[in-house]
Design a protein around this ligand. Structure first.
Ligand SMILES: [Zn+2]
Length: 188
């Protein structure tokens, strides 16, 4: 197993849209990691000239810490390199690319668009979902297939609660599904 495969195994199920690859060529030994994180509701990045706002920085730091905790728990030793910073500090050969995904409908990332049809990425209660928008049918949330308990929950939603994941606005569709998941988990 490469370092990247080991790391991927340790982080699996903890992050959305996790990608983990091994560096090539001279970057061999480097682990290149990327995943999605819901952008905090309080985000004010747009009001800043550069960098991330406080809530976003905090969310990113927490996610990075979680990555390192899980790697430590799995007893994986990353390769490291000596930085050319005058202090010869040791750094891990790992790049972490965190994509903050907005939950605000007007800022959703569109991943498919054709005619009057649009699909965007949306994370609801930690699950990778998609928001489908069509001029004829309004908004619809597509939930993942899931496994085991998750699959049971999403099957229950998809087959018996159609009204929950259809709505005339994106906000409504997202909040209905969110509420439904929270309630479902409370009752099991
Ligand atoms: Zn922000």
């Amino acid at each position: 197993m490469t370092k990247a495969q080991e790391v991927k195994k340790a982080l699996k199920g903890h992050f959305n849209n996790l990608k983990c690859t091994n560096g090539r060529g001279t970057a061999w030994g480097w682990v290149e990691l990327s995943f999605d994180l819901p952008k905090p509701k309080e985000c004010y990045c747009a009001e800043q000239l550069t960098g991330y706002c406080l809530p976003c920085s905090k969310a990113r730091d927490e996610a990075r810490k979680k990555v390192y905790d899980l790697i430590k728990q799995a007893k994986i030793e990353l390769y490291n390199y000596t930085a050319d910073d005058g202090y010869n500090s040791q750094n891990d050969c790992m790049l972490i690319d965190i994509n903050l995904i907005s939950q605000k409908p007007e800022e959703l990332t569109i991943i498919y668009k054709s005619g009057g049809y649009e699909v965007s990425k949306v994370i609801i209660e930690g699950y990778d979902c998609q928001l489908h928008k069509s001029t004829e049918c309004g908004y619809m949330i597509q939930v993942p297939m899931g496994k085991n308990e998750e699959k049971k929950m999403f099957d229950e939603l998809v087959y018996h609660n159609q009204a929950v994941y259809h709505a005339d606005t994106a906000e409504k569709a997202i909040s209905q599904v969110k509420e439904w998941i929270i309630n479902y988990k409370k009752n099991i």
